[in-house]
Design a protein around this ligand. Structure first.
Ligand SMILES: [Zn+2]
Length: 178
């Protein structure tokens, strides 16, 4: 049996970790289908804390990219504009991809409109993920990246809460293993 709210098996329900800190930022989360029910996924948890919308990646074609200023939270590459987190405006749609590195790269290849959006750059930081090791240094769990974004935008309380939620979640994952 699965939880109606987070769709995880009841035993792995993440709802009890949620601490609501609605964000003033305009964040939209693109979630890969494999993440939706993944036991170690942190995107859904972050979305529930912040009260933000999750857009399944297979529904991306229906979106209108030109409707508002858009920015993508993803490492920058040559040839694509970057925007500093401190310059973000409350009206900017900030797109966040909740997927593994490989799948996120595939989503970008599939949607050039998304790949060409100005990229929000975050200062390099180390991941505190203990249970799902990133493939490369500097890759953060989705909830960590979003916490960092808020920290850069001076929303320190939101950042702190998200990091605490992440820590509580990690402790629970470690308990499942033992
Ligand atoms: Zn739940």
């Amino acid at each position: 049996m699965n939880c109606n709210a987070c769709e995880r098996p009841i035993r792995r329900c993440v709802c009890r970790f949620v601490q609501r800190v609605p964000t003033p930022l305009n964040i939209l989360m693109i979630q890969h289908a494999d993440e939706r029910k993944h036991a170690k996924n942190t995107g859904t948890l972050a979305a529930k804390c912040l009260d933000i919308e999750i857009v399944p990646s297979h529904e991306l074609t229906h979106l209108n990219w030109s409707a508002a200023p858009n920015a993508l939270l993803f490492p920058s590459i040559d040839g694509v504009d970057t925007v500093d987190a401190t310059e973000l405006n409350a009206n900017t749609n900030i797109w966040v991809i909740d997927a593994t590195w490989r799948k996120a790269t595939r989503i970008l290849a599939e949607y050039p409109e998304l790949a060409s959006l100005p990229r929000v750059t975050l200062p390099a930081s180390e991941s505190y993920w203990r249970n799902r090791k990133p493939k490369r240094a500097g890759q953060l769990a989705t909830i960590e990246a979003i916490a960092k974004l808020h920290e850069c935008c001076q929303y320190h309380q939101i950042s702190k809460t998200l990091n605490q939620v992440f820590e509580n979640f990690q402790i629970a994952l470690e308990q499942y293993k033992s």
